[in-house]
Design a protein around this ligand. Structure first.
Ligand SMILES: Nc1ncnc2c1ncn2[C@@H]1O[C@H](COP(=O)(O)OP(=O)(O)OP(=O)(O)O)[C@@H](O)[C@H]1O
Ligand SMILES: [Mg+2]
Length: 413
């Protein structure tokens, strides 16, 4: 599961089994499997589908203050919902209607209204169907059975819907908690890291000066000394780079947002790294659209590109293709993606890659700070960051940033 991933859900079959056992426990599961009564009720519902939807819309419109135009759509939705529901009434194994309801309870139209409204509209459907049955069914024994089955089907529907609503709320809350834990963890480690980095930066500077002085004091040193000095200097360079990364990761860069031309920055970065690509057998490809400038820290964004591209190259030890693309995601958001055809990231590791100091590289090769810096720069700028990966075939990092000076489309500040 990634930073924005969904917690696991029970399968629809498990769900159905649970609701069926509730129904049985409450003594209302009178018609468990396929029966002639089920087929008869399904036939009746199908035959009266238009009439039911029209009567329902006439009643529900004024009660819920829905205007005529929206009501036409709703009546059509209701006819489709009826068609799915009656397929389940006919054959309880047909669970299409519950798959759709579950999806709608988490993101669809009904997710935007209180569940009571949805339940009220189901009660209305039941009432309309019961009235129609009483009007048309002459056989009183069959009528009684059909009404019983209709009630059972309604209870089943109500239990499913209430369950789906609670499930949707819970999994949304869990998703937010996971996000919160991630950002608290980042903030705590960020503070710690910044403290250490500040403490270490000064002694490092002093050692660097001392090395420089030594070089001056020994104009023609023996070869071994020269070599040691060289090693000391280059390792110092590496240490300083790590410190800079730590500081970048922990800095609250919200105050230094600039207007950045992301396309230009991509072109420059790729040009800078061209030699590196050639040595690693990596073919860079770009697909840059004509996008707005972005609101982000310029320095931070340079780090983001460098880190993501470096990771991509490192993920393709035998060469491959690096794709960098931009697109206008909406009138106020710019999208950027970086993909490689490398080794990929197994699902169980995805949740950890943004953790500071998480690395799978050999000691001395990676500090595990690259993606932490990326995460902190992007979220500080109010952007989003997503990753998708298939082990063995490649990884894509997708970013969205606010466009500079363009108000969001929904008019919110
Ligand atoms: N494009 C990618 N393909 C495959 N694995 C990746 C990719 N990008 C990141 N990873 C995995 O995520 C881990 C963390 O990446 P991150 O950039 O934070 O640290 P690093 O590259 O290991 O070290 P550093 O960036 O500090 O030198 C990597 O060690 C690697 O396992
Ligand atoms: Mg890295």
């Amino acid at each position: 599961m990634g930073p924005g991933g969904r917690p696991e859900l029970p399968t629809l079959q498990e769900h159905l089994g649970r609701i069926q056992s509730y129904l049985r426990g409450c003594g209302v599961l009178t018609f468990p499997g396929e029966t002639p009564v089920r087929r008869e009720l399904a036939r009746f519902m199908e035959e009266h589908s238009d009439e039911t939807a029209r009567l329902w819309a006439d009643a529900i419109g004024p009660a819920f203050e829905i205007d005529d135009e929206e009501l036409d759509f709703l009546a059509k939705d209701m006819r489709e919902a009826q068609a799915r529901w009656l397929a389940h009434v006919r054959n309880p194994e047909d669970v299409e209607t519950y798959a759709v309801l579950r999806e709608h309870a988490r993101g669809g139209f009904i997710a935007e209204h209180p569940p009571s409204r949805f339940l009220a509209s189901q009660l209305k459907i039941r009432q309309i169907l019961a009235d129609l049955l009483r009007r048309e069914m002459r056989d009183t024994v069959l009528l009684a059975e059909l009404l019983d089955l209709l009630d059972q089907a309604l209870w089943e529907r109500v239990l499913h819907i209430t369950d789906f609503f609670v499930e949707a709320r819970l999994s949304e809350r869990r998703r937010l908690e996971i996000q919160l834990i991630q950002s608290e963890k980042m903030a705590a480690i960020g503070q710690l890291a910044a403290g250490i980095a500040h403490e270490i930066r000064n002694p490092l500077g002093i050692i660097m000066n001392a090395l420089y002085d030594l070089g001056e004091l020994l104009p023609n040193p023996p070869a071994e000394v020269e070599e040691d000095l060289q090693i000391a200097r280059s390792e110092m360079g590496r240490a300083q780079e790590i410190i800079n990364n730590l500081l970048e990761f922990s800095r609250d860069s919200t105050t230094e947002m600039q207007s950045v031309d992301v396309n230009r920055m991509i072109t420059q970065t790729l040009k800078l790294m061209n030699k590196h690509f050639q040595n690693s057998g990596v073919r860079p490809r770009t697909n840059l659209s004509d996008v707005h400038r972005c609101r982000v820290s310029e320095n931070g964004m340079r780090q983001v590109l460098l880190n993501l591209i470096t990771n991509a190259v490192q993920a393709m030890p035998h060469g491959g293709e690096l794709r960098v693309a931009t697109h206008q995601a909406s009138s106020s958001r710019v999208g950027l993606s970086i993909s490689d055809t490398g080794v990929g990231i197994p699902a169980e590791r995805l949740a950890r890659i943004f953790d500071p100091f998480y690395t799978t590289k050999d000691p001395g090769e990676g500090t595990g700070l690259g993606l932490s810096v990326v995460h902190s720069v992007i979220t500080n700028a109010g952007g989003t960051l997503d990753v998708s990966s298939t082990a063995g075939s490649g990884t894509t990092f997708s970013i969205e940033l606010d466009a500079d000076g363009v108000p969001p489309a929904d008019g919110k500040p």
